[in-house]
Design a protein around this ligand. Structure first.
Ligand SMILES: [Zn+2]
Ligand SMILES: [Zn+2]
Length: 135
């Protein structure tokens, strides 16, 4: 995986990431739809230590349906959603893949929470779809 870079719409927050991306998925849960304003969220979970962030995102915490604490990181100037954190994935940070400058590197391996996907969202063939979060 080559280095990933990205920034918010206004450029106040940027990042460079270099390392393994063990989780790449599209999430169709209601919280992801609300927090991104999109039909689904595109996620690349990496070690927090592999991501160097410039600027300070604003954060918002909420509880997931599984009881863990979710933290959304976004630009307080332009509102771009950048990262998401799940207290049950210690030390990991999820990059919202829509913000990366290397879009060809996002190759989702699964669709999760398809139980709450929008009817208009068509799922790709060839990768698994899970009603909720697997495992
Ligand atoms: Zn911004
Ligand atoms: Zn989600």
């Amino acid at each position: 995986m080559p280095k990933l870079t990205g920034q918010c719409l206004c450029g106040e927050i940027s990042f460079e990431a270099d390392g393994d991306v063990p989780v790449m998925a599209n999430c169709h849960c209601t919280a992801c739809r609300q927090s991104t304003g999109s039909a689904f969220a595109t996620l690349m979970f990496m070690k927090r230590d592999d991501i160097k962030i410039t600027g300070t995102p604003k954060t918002f915490e909420h509880a997931s349906d599984a009881g863990s604490t979710m933290t959304k990181h976004f630009c307080s100037t332009c509102g771009t959603p950048l990262f998401t954190q799940n207290s049950s994935r210690e030390g990991m940070l999820g990059i919202r893949a829509g913000v990366i400058n290397e879009p060809q590197e996002f190759t989702p391996k699964a669709n999760v929470y398809v139980s709450s996907k929008m009817d208009a969202t068509i799922l790709q063939d060839g990768i698994p779809a899970f009603e909720k979060m697997p495992g």
